[in-house]
Design a protein. Sequence first.
Length: 163
Amino acid sequence: MKHITLSTIFLSVLLITGCNQNTSVPGLGNTTEDFEAEYGENEINQDESNYDYTDNTGYLSVSFEVERATEIHLDLQALERDEFFSEEDAIEQVRSHLPYDVTEENRSNEGDYTELTYTSEQLLEFVPEFESDNGEAVITVELMGSEEGYTEASLMIEGDSSN
């Protein structure tokens, strides 16, 4: 009986503390509070819809709508590394800010620019305003760089929250 009670308490705490966390680190769909808990206070003084942070992947700029992160820009150059990010390394950094259930739908490359499209059902739990016609959230990821490798990444939930 004691084992069941402790397990129930542990599961309850896990659900309560993780209810806003849909990614391994704060990402699309998370709140300002989630980002501040992970990265500290906003590094710039702007309106409440834009926040800048520094994380282990470099510099992070976040835009919020409906009190949730809807766009993230990663400056991969801000991370002190001996080499540039390969496409796969950049995607790995990006995926840490995406919901666990994302499915890659499309990838196109043109020189030092790569665009990826993902879909997620889980993200709609946090931002139902962004539901697409197919009943999922659509996420566009842009990777930008130079001949040496990727230096920037942008993640955006497609759609319009005002609809």
